[in-house]
Design a protein around this ligand. Structure first.
Ligand SMILES: [Zn+2]
Length: 145
């Protein structure tokens, strides 16, 4: 899934549950649950295998997605550490993949992690795959507000 819906749910969990000992692990776990919801995202693995790097279009999508996630986190948290950490935890499983896709680190542990995350993804076409993510964001905003 894109990072914005992951972060939206992560910060919503922290808003609903002020105890960081519960909200942070829960935000982390929510990442894997959301990836089970059918969704669309750029095909990082396919592009890396095909071209050896990510296309500019994909890098642009990643940049915009991370910018949205950051704005949402800053806006909702207003410096609240519980919410900031829950936001980070909600995308940590993807953040650790960054060096592989962006800097070409072909580390064995990283590759095993990427295959694991790939195996639990549920994919959908662009239309339905974006709609599910918009619904996740709206659901999360409903909890937040
Ligand atoms: Zn993921």
């Amino acid at each position: 899934m894109l990072e914005t819906p992951h972060v939206a749910l992560g910060v919503a969990i922290a808003v609903a549950i002020p105890n960081p000992l519960i909200s942070i692990p829960l935000a982390f776990a929510s990442h894997f649950i959301l990836d089970k919801v059918p969704h669309w995202n750029p095909h990082l693995n396919t592009e890396t295998k095909k071209y050896g790097y990510l296309t500019n279009k994909t890098l642009l999508i990643i940049g915009l997605d991370l910018a949205c996630a950051a704005v949402l986190t800053i806006f909702v948290s207003r410096g609240n550490v519980n919410i900031l950490l829950a936001s980070f935890a909600s995308i940590l499983p993807d953040i650790v993949e960054g060096p592989y896709f962006l800097f070409g680190w072909k580390n064995e542990v990283l590759q095993k992690w990427i295959s694991f995350q790939k195996s639990i993804q549920s994919e959908a076409n662009l239309f339905w795959g974006l709609l599910t993510q918009v619904l996740v964001i709206l659901g999360a905003l409903y909890i937040i507000t």
